[in-house]
Structures are given as structure tokens and as C-alpha cells.
Design a protein around this ligand. Structure first.
Ligand SMILES: C[S@@+](CC[C@H](N)C(=O)[O-])C[C@H]1O[C@@H](n2cnc3c(N)ncnc32)[C@H](O)[C@@H]1O
Length: 227
């Protein structure tokens, strides 16, 4: 029997209108670069037509990080999971304009994709950059990083895989550390330092720039699976 989805509030709200160009990009390019998720396991090798190191980015927003990394690393395959239509349209347009072949997009709640769509030990990297901080106490259960989500992230990583996160919201950084350090399936790569230095090669995104404008410090975290 299939595991039932976790009962939890969503970590996102669907918002923002797509431009005409973004809608057109989805219509024209989804068949080539979109991956339909219907709750069954995904066949990523078939989707890319090759076996290559695999990176998943959850909540890529307008895709600055995803597109930059895919261009930099043609030898790796990138799966972006997002629910925001305008961002998806923008990324599909850029995939076409830049001639990228190593990105596929899933338009679905990432938690459900990790629950049911991804095989164990199938991802070399999982990236979660500037997830919605849900600052109000009554919304904390909407944060993506939760005790029941942490084992799903750990399970999907290969033995040498890495989970990388970043946030500009200090209380969320502390929440991430509390949740992820408590997960027996994960080991904090920063050890007692708790946070890792900002990786030089992590592209700056819209939400990082916004955080910096607001004078926020940026917190980077990295974990490996405990195996
Ligand atoms: C604050 S934005 C950050 C976007 C981007 N990473 C950046 O740094 O600019 C968070 C994004 O995560 C997406 N998101 C939140 N929860 C998600 C989920 N469960 N599955 C897929 N995407 C999600 C939202 O739609 C939103 O675009």
C-alpha cells in the first residue's frame, strides 16, 4: 500500500501572475522539460536519458541558482521542484534561451515528491535556499524544515550526498539547526561550529539580495547522511 501523505499545512502559498511569455514558455516547453508527478516513483534516468550525478533544488523561485549551476555543470543533472508558476515559466524560457539540456522541472509540493517520488540514495545534492521563513509563531508549522521532513531528505541522499541550506532569517536558521541536528539520519558538516561558511560558488539569489538589503546576516548549513 502507498504511504499516505503527511498531514501538515503547506509550506507555500500560490501567488503572483504569470506574464504572457511565461505562460507561453510553460505551454511550449513543459512537454520537454517538465516532469509530471502523479504520486508514483519518478524515473529520473529515463527523464534525462543518462546516468549522471543528480542535484535537486527545492523552491528555486525564479531559478537564479538552478540555472547558474546547470550551466556551470553540464555533467550533472538538475531537478527543480517549485509550485510558483511565474518562476517555472521564467526558468523554462531560460532553459530554451540558454540551450540547457540538464534541467527538469517538477511542479508539485516538494515534500510529497520526497515522500513518494524519489528513490532512497538517489540524490547527490539537495539544495534549499532561502525557504519561506514563516516568521509568525502561529505559522511555524508551515516551515518546510520539520521533524517529519528531515528523514525524507536524509533518505534521498547518496552515501556521499550533501544537503545544503541557506537562510537570512536567524530564527529560522536556529529552527533548522534544532530540527536537522536532532535527525539521527543526518550529520552536521559544520560540527560544533553549527553553520558552514558561505560557499563561494553558491550563486546569489533574489531572496539573498533582499535579506542583505534588510541588513540580515546569511546562514549556510550543510549535512551529510549518517550511514
Ligand atoms: C522565499 S522563496 C526563495 C526562492 C529562491 N530559492 C531564492 O533564493 O530566491 C521560496 C520558494 O519556495 C517555494 N516553495 C515553498 N514550499 C515549497 C514546497 N513544499 N514545494 C515546492 N516549492 C516550495 C515557494 O513557491 C517559493 O518560490
Amino acid at each position: 500500500m502507498e504511504p499516505s501523505p503527511l498531514v501538515r499545512p503547506r509550506s507555500y502559498v500560490t501567488r503572483g501572475r504569470k506574464t504572457e511569455a511565461q505562460s507561453r514558455a510553460i505551454e511550449e516547453l513543459w512537454p520537454a522539460f517538465g516532469l509530471e508527478f502523479d504520486g508514483s516513483p519518478l524515473d529520473l534516468e529515463a527523464a534525462f536519458g543518462r546516468t549522471a550525478p543528480r542535484v535537486v533544488e527545492i523552491g528555486f523561485g525564479n531559478g537564479e541558482n538552478l540555472l547558474t549551476l546547470a550551466e556551470r555543470h553540464p555533467d550533472r543533472d538538475f531537478v527543480g521542484i517549485e509550485v510558483h508558476g511565474a518562476g517555472i515559466g521564467r526558468v523554462l524560457g531560460a532553459i530554451r534561451d540558454d540551450g540547457l539540456t540538464n534541467i527538469r522541472i517538477i511542479r508539485h509540493d516538494a515534500v510529497e515528491v520526497f515522500e513518494r517520488g524519489l528513490a532512497a540514495a538517489s540524490l547527490d545534492e539537495v539544495l534549499i535556499f532561502f525557504p519561506d521563513p514563516w516568521p509568525k509563531a502561529r505559522h511555524h508549522r508551515r516551515r518546510l524544515i520539520q521533524p517529519e521532513v528531515a528523514p525524507l531528505l536524509a533518505r534521498a541522499l547518496t552515501d556521499d550526498g550533501v544537503l545544503r541550506l541557506a537562510t537570512d532569517w536567524e530564527p529560522y536558521a536556529e529552527h533548522m539547526i534544532d530540527v536537522l541536528d536532532a535527525e539521527p539520519g543526518l550529520v552536521n558538516l559544520a560540527g560544533d561550529a553549527r553553520f558552514v561558511p558561505r560557499p563561494d560558488d553558491r550563486p546569489v539569489t533574489k531572496f539573498e539580495r533582499r535579506g542583505e538589503r534588510l541588513g540580515h546576516a546569511i546562514f549556510d548549513l550543510a549535512y551529510r547522511p549518517a550511514r
